[in-house]
Design a protein around this ligand. Structure first.
Ligand code: AMP
Ligand code: MG
Length: 478
């Protein structure tokens, strides 16, 4: 029997709605993540039972699925939201005693669905599966994807599509928006209950600190800075960094209109709904700071009983953001160049490289890949005269450091060869929704070892033609 727990239901009732997921008559598993099942310590004998349970064919014994209430700032505006098409099926405990939510996406309406149908299309769920697994193998904290199944129903969008459900796994789906919900729509006791629960579940080491709520704010700021630094490392653009999509656990989640950048430009944005470029690649650090400030506001009543003291404590925390960001960001960018020491005098080297990449319209991933594998030859822009002064300067620093081999190892660990390039993702998804899973399975294998460059897979590193790049847009809510 699957041993699911429901610790979240110890919170006051306003934080959730108990809800039964839709039951589909003829669900059909399209992708199943067997490696993840193993990590979750679900015995092979129970795999089938889990799949049947998730797809609504079996009751799964004593279970209490629920949808979570939350609010959030969407594109800067406060809104009351909640899981409109997601249902937590339960919490699974691994062999190492880690707790994970197992959540379904696309399994019907909830109290929070508003005008939505609670459903999801096969293409969008396969996209989330593919990109979240790619992120995991890039060593970036993320929700994971356990399975995608076709529901057998059609879902109405601009046209009709095959419907699907995705089962995803995450340390917790508590988000900044959950705290905003408690702060705006609950009592101080509700806020305290949420904070206690979250700390106990995710950060028990701060439980006994003087102001656990202030420590929570610092923790979330740290894990989110680390997360966004990683996004910048691999050229990932989340696309909808609304506060309801920012996890307290520091995991990337809610893969809607996200994409990987090809040609480097900080203004790059692919999301069809982000018309003003609020969530463009280069804006992500500023936006995460803004989002952390919303968390700080929500936590104020429990940071300190005296409002002016609470404000001052929270402000002092947020004021440290910029310095921490600069240090961690450049530390990571220098690692991409093989340089390990914390060296503010070398920050300029990074800025100059990015400026060159922008001016020469260079591919972000491939530029670092070429530097990593000494592929900067006489031909092409990288080997050209505009790039040479920077290249000489960098090589000079590396040669002086006398640790060339270690530098190369660091570069290989931080510069992926394979990222989910938009054109490859689209091609694989289009083929999959037409019934052929070969391309998506092949892509999952390649993206499973993103740092392991292999010459025979070099076609996976070719950027899309500019015409594709210019017209490509991603959509969310589908
Ligand atoms: P997202 O953009 O995925 O973060 O979603 C924003 C809000 O819209 C969340 O409350 C979602 O649960 C809700 N939502 C998105 N799509 C649907 C849908 N098809 N039906 C109901 N609610 C939805
Ligand atoms: Mg969301």
């Amino acid at each position: 029997m699957l041993n699911l727990e429901y610790s979240y239901l110890s919170l006051p009732g306003k934080f959730y709605q108990l809800v039964k997921p839709a039951s589909f008559r003829q669900p059909e598993t399209v992708l199943l993540n067997e490696a993840l099942l193993e990590e979750l310590a679900i015995p092979p004998a129970n795999h089938q039972e889990l799949v049947s349970f998730l797809l609504g064919k079996e009751s799964g014994g004593k279970t209490s699925p629920f949808a979570q209430a939350y609010a959030g700032h969407q594109f800067g505006n406060f809104t009351n939201l909640g899981d409109g098409r997601a249902i937590v099926m339960g919490e699974c405990i691994t062999a190492t005693n880690q707790r994970f939510d197992i959540q379904l996406k696309g399994s019907g309406r909830t109290l929070y669905s508003r005008g939505g149908d609670g459903k999801a299309t096969l293409k969008a769920m396969l996209r989330e599966y593919l990109i979240s697994e790619a992120m995991h193998h890039l060593n970036i904290p993320t929700s994971r994807s356990l399975l995608v199944a076709k529901t057998g129903e059609l879902v109405q969008r601009e046209t009709e599509h095959d419907g699907a459900v995705l089962a995803r796994v995450m340390k917790s789906h508590i988000r900044i928006g959950t705290f905003e919900y408690a702060s705006h729509l609950g009592t101080t006791e509700d806020l305290g209950a949420l904070s206690d629960y979250t700390i106990h579940r995710l950060y028990p080491e701060i439980e006994h600190e003087e102001s656990p709520a202030l420590s929570l704010l610092k923790k979330v700021m740290t894990v989110q800075i680390d997360l966004v630094v990683n996004w910048m490392r691999v050229g990932f653009i989340h696309g909808v960094m609304n506060t309801d999509n920012v996890s307290i656990s520091g995991e990337t989640f809610d893969y809607g209109p996200c994409a990987f950048m090809n040609v480097y430009h900080p203004d790059t944005v692919f999301s069809s709904i982000d018309r003003n470029g609020r969530y463009a690649f280069g804006n992500q650090p500023g936006i995460i700071k803004w989002n952390i400030a919303r968390l700080a506001e929500a936590l104020l009543p429990i940071i300190h009983p005296e409002p002016s003291t609470a404000l001052q404590l929270a402000q002092t925390c947020i004021d440290q953001f910029d310095n921490i960001w600069v240090e961690k960001y450049y530390e990571m960018m220098l690692l991409k160049l093989g340089i390990e020491k914390k060296a503010p005098e070398l920050y300029l080297l990074v800025d100059e490289l990015l400026a060159l990449m922008q001016n020469l319209k260079l591919d972000y991933t491939n530029t670092f890949l070429a530097l990593t594998h000494d592929k900067v030859t006489g031909e092409g822009t990288l080997g050209g005269p505009e790039f040479k002064p920077w290249l000489d300067k960098w090589k000079n620093i590396l040669n002086h450091s006398n640790l060339y081999e270690q530098a190369k190892t660091r570069m290989k660990e931080n510069n992926p060869a394979f990222v989910p390039r938009n054109h490859l993702v689209e091609e694989a998804l289009d083929s999959a929704v037409n019934g052929n899973l070969d391309l998506i399975k092949q892509l999952l294998v390649v993206l499973g070892k993103p740092y392991h460059y292999q010459e025979n897979l070099s076609h996976f590193t070719i950027p899309p033609p500019p015409v594709f790049e210019n017209e490509y847009a991603t959509y969310c809510g589908t």
